[in-house]
Design a protein around this ligand. Structure first.
Ligand code: MRU
Length: 357
């Protein structure tokens, strides 16, 4: 399976996802500013992947620098974390990873350079942990999948979007390995085409039959009885199960409910924001107009100076979601209760328990 983020020989390397599927380019990132730019420009994207990238970005921001004392290091680490977190506002994994590192640093005894080494140690831990979470989500979710199912998915949620096999796409990979002979319908995912560019590329490599549709074809495919199940990922899930994910997810959920098709979200517990009660409190990133006035930011498709609105995510109300697949099991309604149970009863990550808040 392709690795979207690697840390080896003291270097951070990512796949530049803006180049897929035309070119497979590995970028070496040496500074915190380069990591910020890569996150903001979607060279690295997908909620878990940007959390992992930011963790290494923080290390690059403190590596090789001298600090007066422990306190000045801790306050600099906090402001660098705020800087990185501002790259993208919706995906909570970014904030979660940075906050996790800062909390661990506060509790770590010792002085520099031990504290600096600690940042790297935790970043590596977060990356390995995400990989494990993906495997567990894959196994939990694959149980829902019957042989021959036709599954619709939206945006890219696979190896490119995480440090492991992915979330929604990870479930699909796992079911495929179980020889369930799936057919995947891939929403192109306007405006930045994560489905057409990235999912189609990943699924082709995995040898999984995939059919590309444009986003506005999904309801018709459902009406014609072509879809058995919808699985999507998430960028932030509120305590009540309301889910922010790539713009267009809400359309799919409304359409799935109308047609009586189960609609599942797959996300690790690091994508939950238990500090907010509902989706109304999730900040939604609004991006540059050129992403919709031009195809792939280049070819103009509308009048010059067209005004536009370009929210990158939407919020699907919990009531439209059949269940949420996590690494600790599948949450069902009422989500508040079952998520609390999953968190408490989680037997997973014995060595990484504190990574699950
Ligand atoms: O803007 P993107 O491409 O980062 O949006 C990504 C998504 O919406 C994914 O569905 C989500 O992050 C889950 S990734 C495992």
């Amino acid at each position: 399976m392709i690795k979207s983020i690697e840390w080896s020989e003291n270097k951070l390397t990512i796949i530049d996802q803006t180049e897929i599927p035309r070119n497979l380019i590995y970028l070496e990132l040496n500074t915190i500013q380069q990591v910020f730019e890569a996150i903001q420009k979607l060279r690295v994207r997908g909620a878990p992947a940007i959390g992992v990238a930011a963790a290494f970005g923080l290390y690059l921001g403190v590596r090789g620098r001298s600090f007066e004392n422990r306190q000045s290091f801790l306050s600099e680490a906090k402001s660098l974390a705020d800087y990185l977190a501002s790259a993208r506002p919706t995906a909570v994994n970014l904030r979660w990873a940075l906050q996790f590192i800062n909390e661990k640093l506060q509790k770590t005894q010792g002085e520099l350079p031990e504290l600096i080494r600690k940042v790297l140690e935790i970043a590596i831990d977060i990356k390995n942990d995400d990989q494990k979470r993906c495997d567990l989500m894959g196994s939990a979710g694959a149980e829902l999948i019957q042989p021959g199912m036709r599954i619709l998915t939206h945006c890219n949620t696979g190896a490119l979007a995480t440090a492991g096999i992915g979330t929604a796409l990870g479930v699909i990979y796992t079911a495929h390995r179980q020889n369930k002979k799936l057919q995947v319908f891939v929403d192109e995912t306007r405006p930045l085409l994560q489905g057409a560019r990235l999912n189609m590329w990943e699924l082709e490599q995995a040898g999984i039959p995939a059919t590309l549709i444009s986003d506005n074809m999904a309801a018709y495919a459902m009406q014609r009885g072509m879809i058995d199940l919808v699985i999507v990922g998430a960028d932030r899930i509120a305590a009540n199960g309301d889910t922010a994910n790539k713009i267009g997810t809400y359309n799919l959920a409304v359409n799935a409910q109308y047609h009586g098709i189960p609609f599942y979200v797959a996300a690790p517990l690091s994508t939950f924001d238990f500090s907010i009660k509902s989706g109304e409190q999730i900040p939604i990133e609004e991006r540059n107009c050129e992403e919709i006035t031009r195809i792939w930011g280049k070819l103009p498709i509308t009048v010059e100076n067209a005004s536009c609105w370009n929210p990158a995510f939407d919020v699907t109300p919990a009531g439209l979601i059949t269940g949420i697949i996590t690494e600790a099991g599948i949450a069902d309604h009422p989500f508040e209760d079952s998520l609390t149970r999953l968190k408490l009863n989680s037997q997973v990550h014995k060595n990484h328990k504190e990574l699950i808040q």
